[in-house]
Design a protein around this ligand. Structure first.
Ligand code: APR
Length: 237
């Protein structure tokens, strides 16, 4: 039996499946990953720009990076890996998708239960009144203002050093504890707390399946399907 047919069999038998995705699942949609080639922007790394300090120091620079990313993402579409997860969602009784991605590609592919652990690049939040708005305009002013209280808006994204939304985190941890199979797709498993989700699920007895051309989970993965997401995930249906 091939590794893929073994995984398919386990998914078919599973009543609960949890998926953790990272930037790698969007790579074949043409979205640069963070730590791979193309992860740079005007010689800045995400680590320097996606921080509250950077926004405090130079909100125009940070906003121009997000405007650049929004413009880039507006030209990208979900790939077969995103769409395969939509089919998996309807095939499994209890399905949870936890994504570290903010690109919205899972949602536009049709995934319904998406825990956007690191936020959503298509939402903004007021630094004054904390309101959150859907905002898909590609022509925002350099420093967008809240339509209600007129204070500065920021991307509704979890920056380095910031806390993850407590409700999202507890839902994600529950999904790690309750799944029989976890698929870990396209993440370097460096950034916490997502980097620990696979070991949480493993401790709770789940089968851990990694899909990544450069495996990152090492001995935590029970099965390592070394290939790209768009090539492998559709084979798991
Ligand atoms: N298919 C599957 N995996 C791929 C593909 C592909 N086509 N191409 C690259 N990968 C893998 C890489 O091998 C790498 O392990 O995707 C992973 C991308 O890693 P990162 O760029 O570190 O992205 P990610 O793990 O999602 O980063 C986590 O860090 O910058 C922060 O908040 C940001 O959510 C992000 C977090």
């Amino acid at each position: 039996m091939t590794e893929i047919s073994f995984v398919k069999q386990r998914i078919t038998a599973a009543r609960s499946l949890t998926v953790l995705s990272g930037a790698g699942i969007s790579a074949e949609s043409g979205v640069p990953t963070f730590r791979g080639p193309g992860g740079l922007w005007k010689n800045h790394r995400a680590e320097e720009l996606a921080t509250p300090e950077a926004f405090q120091r130079d909100p125009i620079l940070v906003w121009s990076w997000y405007q650049w990313r929004r413009k880039l993402l507006s030209t990208k579409a979900p790939n077969p890996a995103h769409t395969a997860l939509v089919s998996l969602e309807s095939a499994v009784e209890h399905f949870t998708l936890i994504t570290q991605n903010v690109d919205g590609l899972h949602q536009s592919a049709g995934s319904r239960t998406v825990i956007t652990l690191h936020g959503d690049i298509w939402k903004v939040r007021c630094t004054g009144c904390d309101r959150v708005f859907e905002e898909t305009s590609l022509n925002l002013p350099a420093l967008p203002r809240c339509p209600v209280c007129e204070r500065l808006l920021r991307p509704h994204i979890v920056w380095f050093g910031e806390e993850i939304d407590a409700k999202k985190l507890s839902l994600a941890i529950d999904a790690c504890h309750s799944c029989e199979v976890m698929l870990v797709i396209g993440t370097s498993a460096i950034v916490q707390p997502a980097a620990s989700f696979a070991s949480l699920a493993k401790e709770a007895g789940a089968l851990i399946v990694e899909i990544n051309p450069n495996p990152a989970l090492h001995d935590c993965a029970d099965v390592s399907l070394t290939g790209t997401a768009a090539e492998i995930v559709p084979q798991l249906l």
